[in-house]
Design a protein. Structure first.
Length: 326
């Protein structure tokens, strides 16, 4: 180790797939690119992570194995001057004596999930992680506002927007059997909280439409793929999608007619057939086109049309109702 150690804790993350894993990979790669310069100044960059992931960020950094007992037992990391825990459910104790302890908070979703075992667990973990920190980083202004309003915290909060992977240099590889076709796309880890059940139910009710569900090749995504295998020809479950496939952007997915509203127009025109009389539709909007969307809903015969603001006061979603006698 160098004279000083900057430690980044990925905690119990077991894969670089999906949300937190992708965030951890991008953060690690970005920091590791500066490691040789820091090492020349006597500063060592150390990643605290599952042993089987060691080596992921090259040999210019050092690695420290994640150990579950370190969540509760005091321990030391000689020379450590800064400890960064990369997500709020990582409750590894910072090494004893470290003055600067940074925590990245991705969300406070437990506040919106009701009194369930999972949400109560996440609430406890988040509060423990925050209590062990001296500075907080949030991945969006919304999360920062949520933390400031709902967590007992008087220290500094800084927003550093979550990054994305640049796939522009990758060759684009279409998904077999989907090139040139229209389909509904859902991307997530397929946990029940992602409302995948509603999407599957929609696919059952609309067998003439193609649905594509993409997620990591493990956990909920794998279970869903096994459960649906051979049962719904109009549903494609893609697991562990290659970067060249992620980079595939057919024009059909990027352009929605001359005014950008063709897809919205078709949803309003055809969506009623999927709802019972009196059923509701909720649609996320481009805030600059909310008035146009409302007029399209009205022209298509929807009732009780309301455009609603998001938490920043922007008109971002619309609700409308199918008439009782339509």
């Amino acid at each position: 180790m160098g004279d000083k150690v900057l430690a980044v804790s990925l905690g119990p993350i077991t894969s670089f797939d999906a949300g937190l894993g992708e965030f951890a990979r991008r953060l690690g790669e970005g920091l590791a690119a500066h490691a040789p310069m820091w090492r020349s100044l006597g500063v060592e960059l150390c990643f605290h992570m599952e042993r089987r992931l060691h080596g992921a960020f090259g040999d210019a950094v050092s690695y420290l194995a994640y150990r579950p007992p370190d969540r509760f037992m005091p321990w030391r990391l000689p020379g450590c001057v800064l400890w960064h825990s990369t997500f709020q459910h990582n409750i590894t104790r910072p090494p004893a004596g470290v003055r600067h302890r940074v925590l990245t908070v991705h969300d406070l979703n437990y506040r919106y999930a009701g009194l369930r075992p999972g949400s109560l667990r996440d609430r406890l973990r988040t509060r423990i992680a925050i209590a062990r920190s001296t500075s907080l980083v949030t991945i969006s202004r919304y999360v920062g506002t949520d933390v400031a309003a709902n967590v007992r915290w008087r220290g500094p909060i800084r927003t550093i927007h979550n990054g994305v992977t640049d796939l522009s240099a990758f060759a684009q590889q279409p998904v077999p059997d989907l090139a040139g076709r229209r389909f509904f796309l859902h991307v997530s880890r397929m946990a029940p909280s992602k409302n995948v059940g509603a999407i599957v139910a929609l696919a059952r009710a609309w067998p003439e439409r193609t649905f594509v569900l993409a997620g990591p090749a493990w956990g909920h995504s794998k279970w869903l793929a096994d459960e649906l295998a051979g049962t719904m020809p109009n549903v494609h479950v893609l697991l562990g999608v290659d970067d060249s496939v992620k980079a595939w952007e057919p024009r059909l997915a990027l352009v929605s007619g001359a005014d950008g509203m063709d897809a919205t127009r078709r949803i309003f025109e055809q969506g009623r057939e999927l709802l019972i009389p009196g059923g509701w539709i909720a649609m996320e909007l481009d805030s600059t086109r909310s008035a146009v969307a409302a007029s399209l809903a009205d022209a298509a015969g929807w009732t009780d049309i309301n455009v609603r603001d998001d938490l920043f006061g922007r008109p971002r979603y619309l609700t409308a109702r199918r008439g009782m006698h339509q």
